[in-house]
Design a protein around this ligand. Sequence first.
Ligand code: ADP
Length: 491
Amino acid sequence: MLNFIFFIICLIIAGMGIALLLKMQRLKDLEKRTAGLNTSLEEMDEQAKLIIRTDIELNKTQEELDKKIAGLSTLQKLSREMSTTLEENQIFKKIGNEYLEDLGFEKSSAFLWNSLAREFHQYLNIGYSEGESLKIKNTVNSDKDYYLDLMRAGKTASSVFIPEGFLPKNNICRLFQVNEFIICPIIPQEGNQGFIFVGTQNIETRITEGEQEIITILANQISQALDNARLFEKTWRSQQELEIKVEERTRQLTEALDKVKIISKRKSDFISSVSHELRTPLTSIKGYAAILLAGKLGAVPDEIKERLAKINRHSDELVHMVNDLLDIARIESGKVNMNIEALELRPIAEKVGDMLSEQFKTKNITFSINIPADCKKIMADRGQIERVLINLLGNALKFTPEKGAISVKAACSNKIIQVDITDTGFGIPEEAQEKIFEEFYRVDNTINQEVKGTGLGLTLVKHIIEAHGGKIWVKSKIGEGSTFSFTLNCA
Ligand code: ADP
């Protein structure tokens, strides 16, 4: 029995021991789990902190970004404003308080270096009284070397970064009465350089990289606007100079033209009076030659008759020349009364053709007239137009070898008629084509040594055509022929 009780007790103790062991095992497991949970909790805590930090940074970046966007939009407006003016002074006036405030500053000043006066001139003054701005100007000028160095180096100074060798931050803050600031150089391609200062008294503001970028862009925009203004001024000045030159030249030309007109009138008057004076003795010479030739003063030997005939012929030529000269002078001085009327061109051309028909026949030259039947009438003085055709056809005859062809053609438009007189003659060298319309000009060639002439015919023709409001010109090729063309108004 005792043994049995002992056995039972041992069994109970063993059972309790096992139960204890099991509990301890469970406790250990629990401890392990708790440690694991602690680690996870710590990790979670770290992650939460990271998330909060990232969120704060993101917010900051967002804020910075918003500021930049707002700054850029202000700059865009400012740039538009500045581009509306081309005056140096006005450019700075466009930077108003409201724009400056939008950029986060309430004080600003801008200076340009005047190399002649060797000092900085102030162009912008926001947030300062007159006295304060004068003090700033004077101090900037007494410290000018620092600012000049900054401009030359093209560097930006700010309350968060002062380039080496520049004034200490405190000096700037004191002078401009600010806590935070940016000083940025203005460097146009040409002309005076300078700098812009912007600042704020707000102690909470810290100058950011973004703000520095914005003010650098603003300084670049000012430089660009200054360049545009200078370019405009340069162009405007050279245009003014050009206008003055043109005016001066025009005045000189008008004076020269007036002188030419006076000389030309004197020449016409001279030719006119000389021609007149020549006419009377010429008529006498011709008369006496004719009397002698007719034998009215006694028999004249054949030899002398021949000479007298020559005198007669040459006198005719001289009278012809004097008459041409007189006519040119008269037309030039406007003394000829043109009887302008509506005329058919064809009958005039036919009449002149008839007058010259004997000569065409002698030289075996084909003459043709080609004027459209529906051609309008011309507005012209009959006698003068006959003269033009006689001269041009006479020349064509003179300078066209035997068996050639001469034609008169007309092309009509609504208001103008063009007449072409074409021959298959010797032609006119290119360099002489302009000159043949000048007085006494004759082409220097062997043909002209044989063919007689005065060099006045075409001058007279040109004067007559121009007096009718028309034009005359020639197209010619050596060995192929010439075409003289002139225009007249239609009725
Ligand atoms: P002229 O006939 O009396 O010499 P013009 O003034 O009529 O004077 O002509 C000037 C010059 O132009 C002539 O000497 C001649 O050299 C040239 N010329 C004029 N018409 C013709 C033509 N149809 N063909 C070739 N040369 C011509």
